[in-house]
Ligand binder design. Structure first.
Ligand code: PLP
Length: 219
């Protein structure tokens, strides 16, 4: 299958999942995760009408996205990988959405940079729903206080929550937990679901899904 066909297939599966769960058509934003793929592969997706992309490394993104953004001014780039505070300046400069805010230090660094650059990427808090020691994200029970801290201490607008469920578990309970936490925090945006489980995520209320290999092929 060509990229265009794979992209069409993902789009139609999202549309079907929206219908089956009684959600409005177009309720879910498809983030095409282009990590490890080069500019030419990404250009094919852009030519096929895709505008929202996700990358998990700041440095890799700096090598390809400034040029791609200059070519197509309405692309929207999401950072979906862990962020170190020494990369906060670069991240604020390049990304339209940063989905991996997960601790005080990085929230402070982003707030400082946003003020400094006069730029306000939209922000999501990443939640480690499976409490996996190797995984980024804040613990579920610390999430409401952290969101409140970001808002009131740092003046950051938090748009939603993001999670990556443990690879070897049924993702449903993790998606349900993220949805419940978002409601507790007064948030209605949920970034959840990847190539293997995005239709399930749509059923659990995802407002964006992050799909890589089902669009670009195996990495
Ligand atoms: C790589 C990645 C994805 C996409 O994974 P696929 O299984 O290729 O769809 C989604 N979210 C995050 C955070 C990722 O790093």
């Amino acid at each position: 299958m060509e990229l265009q066909e794979r992209l069409d297939d993902v789009r139609s599966r999202i549309a079907m999942a929206e219908r089956e769960s009684g959600r409005a058509g177009g309720a879910v934003c498809l983030i095409a995760v282009s990590k490890t793929f080069d500019g030419d592969a990404i250009r094919l997706a852009i030519a096929a009408g895709q505008r929202v992309f996700g990358e998990n490394r700041v440095q890799e993104s700096q090598g390809k996205w400034p040029e791609l953004k200059a070519e197509t001014n309405d692309v929207e780039l999401h950072l979906i990988g862990p962020l170190q505070s020494n990369k906060a300046a670069e991240a604020v400069a390049l990304f339209d959405v940063i989905e991996t805010v997960d601790r005080e230090k990085i929230a402070r660094a982003l707030a400082t940079e946003m003020k400094h650059q006069g730029k306000a990427p939209r922000l999501y808090v990443q939640v480690n729903t499976g409490l996996e020691p190797q995984k980024a994200g804040i613990a579920p029970d610390e999430t409401p206080a952290f969101v409140a801290f970001c808002r009131s201490e740092l003046g950051l607008g938090i748009e939603g929550l993001m999670c990556i469920p443990p690879a070897d578990e049924n993702p449903g309970p993790h998606f349900a937990l993220l949805e419940k936490l978002a409601r507790t925090c007064g948030l209605d945006k949920l970034s959840m679901g990847m190539s293997g489980d995005y239709e399930i995520a749509v059923a659990f209320g995802a407002t964006s899904v992050r799909v890589g290999s089902a669009i670009f092929g195996t990495r």
